[in-house]
Design a protein around this ligand. Structure first.
Ligand code: THU
Length: 160
């Protein structure tokens, strides 16, 4: 037997203002989407913005439901719409921002496991990396150069 080591390299920006202008713009779109989230139960608002290679920007936010599991995360709301509306476009990057209405959210909030799996589907489909930037409502911003970098040992279509 042998051990294997799996490494993920992330880039950390100390502040939103350190981001390149194009990323600030996408993050601003994500922030606007966050403020429109429907999250009456968790009071945790999440916004996502997606840049496609055709120049279109798609945004989404979390949509909760009194039957809790029927709700959907911001990332999947946005990416499924992108897939539905622009099935042939590639996703260049995603910007994610999340914040609680109960307390300040200053740590970067990564996408949940189910959203990583959903984003992975599109990364594998398009055969090119999707950059992911994520933050709270202020503070540090984390960049991952691909979804695979956030989901080691992912399950994908190659196994089917
Ligand atoms: N949420 C997202 O929108 N994205 C994630 O990656 C994690 C969680 C939402 C789901 C739910 O509406 C609220 O945040 C609390 O879990």
């Amino acid at each position: 037997m042998k051990d294997i080591k799996i490494e993920s390299i992330l880039t950390v920006y100390e502040d939103y203002n350190e981001l390149p202008a194009a990323i600030v713009s996408l993050m601003d779109t994500a922030s606007k989407a966050r403020l429109k989230a429907y999250a009456p139960y968790s009071k945790f608002l999440v916004g996502a913005a997606i840049l496609l290679d055709n120049g279109e920007v798609i945004s989404g936010n979390n949509q909760e439901n009194a039957s809790y599991p029927s709700g959907l995360c911001a990332e999947r709301t946005a990416i499924y719409y992108a897939g539905a509306e622009y099935p042939d476009a590639k996703i260049v990057r995603m910007a994610l921002t999340a914040g609680s209405q109960k307390q300040p959210t200053t740590t970067p909030i990564p996408p949940c496991g189910a959203c990583r799996q959903a984003i992975s589907e599109y990364e594998v489909k398009q055969d090119s990396p999707i950059e992911i930037y994520f933050m709270g409502t202020s503070g540090k911003v984390v960049k991952s150069h691909s979804l695979a970098n956030l989901l080691p040992l992912g399950f994908d279509r190659s196994f089917l």
